[in-house]
Design a protein. Structure first.
Length: 282
């Protein structure tokens, strides 16, 4: 009874997270990131690349976009005709731009991104526990097989097959889950691990790294009681993410303001400037 109870708890959580990973649709960027008809016509009629970059910069000026292309331009999707939000990428399989895209997973036949990354992590975790539990409970019968205590030929085949499959999937899932745990601890996606995001000051692989605890909260939320359940609890809406860079990396005027305070020109307390820096980081 105890074995069956634990088994069915793991089985329900495994199926639940697998279902959520499959049927949770990837979130696309909001309409404000799409180009208007006039901007689209102006962009397409322009043949000079430098002028096209200026047009995109003008459109993105009102948007919370801080990452850039390799040459410093605004990230733009020609197929979806939109300004890409930070950490957003175009999936060639789904033919859409996906917010905080991690990868397209053939095992769930879905794009893993902001909307279902937590579900995917829980799916890997419960799959790992599921395989480990099966392997552990069937191992004693495997020992009986080697000692000759199992006389039924069918049971021998079942025990060997079940143990082999459970161990095989456990080992493969262990490496995959460990890799994604490392990504979460660094607040990176799979795509960002292979190609560091580019900011206004250049590439920075730790640009979104806020520390281990805050990185976990980005994916699982602040309510710890919801961390192990496949329910929506991730922070934000997928269009903007807190960055490690201080305000000076985004606005040089704030650096001058801090310099004025150091020189004694500004009589305001230093804590006010610190609050500005914290608000930019958090």
């Amino acid at each position: 009874v105890a074995y069956l109870t634990i088994f069915h708890i793991l089985f329900v959580l495994f199926v639940w997270t697998y279902w959520k990973s499959i049927f949770t649709l990837p979130v696309q960027p909001d309409k404000k990131f799409h180009m208007s008809y006039a901007d689209k016509e102006r962009y397409e009629n322009e043949e000079r690349p430098e002028v096209q970059r200026q047009i995109l910069a003008e459109i993105a000026r009102k948007l919370p976009v801080y990452t850039r292309t390799g040459n410093g331009g605004i990230r733009f999707c020609d197929r979806c005709q939109l300004i890409k939000p930070d950490r957003c990428h175009h999936c060639s399989v789904c033919a859409i731009c996906v917010l905080k895209m991690d990868h397209h997973c053939p095992w769930v036949n879905n794009c893993i991104g902001f909307s279902n990354y937590k579900f995917f992590l829980l799916f890997l975790a419960y799959s790992l526990l599921y395989c480990l539990y099966i392997a552990a409970t069937v191992f004693k019968y495997f020992i009986k097989y080697w000692t000759g205590e199992l006389t039924n030929g069918r049971s021998k085949f079942h025990v060997l097959f079940l143990l082999f499959v459970a161990v095989m999937f456990f080992v493969s899932l262990m490496f995959l889950f460990g890799y994604h745990c490392w990504l979460v601890s660094r607040n990176r996606s799979t795509l960002e691990a292979f190609s560091a995001p580019v900011f206004q000051n250049g590439p920075d692989k730790n640009g979104f790294n806020l520390g281990f605890v805050k990185n976990l909260q980005q994916v699982f939320g602040e309510e710890k009681k919801l961390w192990l359940l496949p329910v929506v609890s991730s922070q934000g809406d997928g269009h903007f993410f807190p960055m490690r860079a201080l305000c000076e990396a985004q606005n040089p005027l704030l650096a001058n303001e801090e310099q004025w305070e150091d020189d004694g020109i500004d009589d305001e307390p230093h804590g006010k400037a610190t609050q500005k820096e914290i608000s930019c980081v958090l």
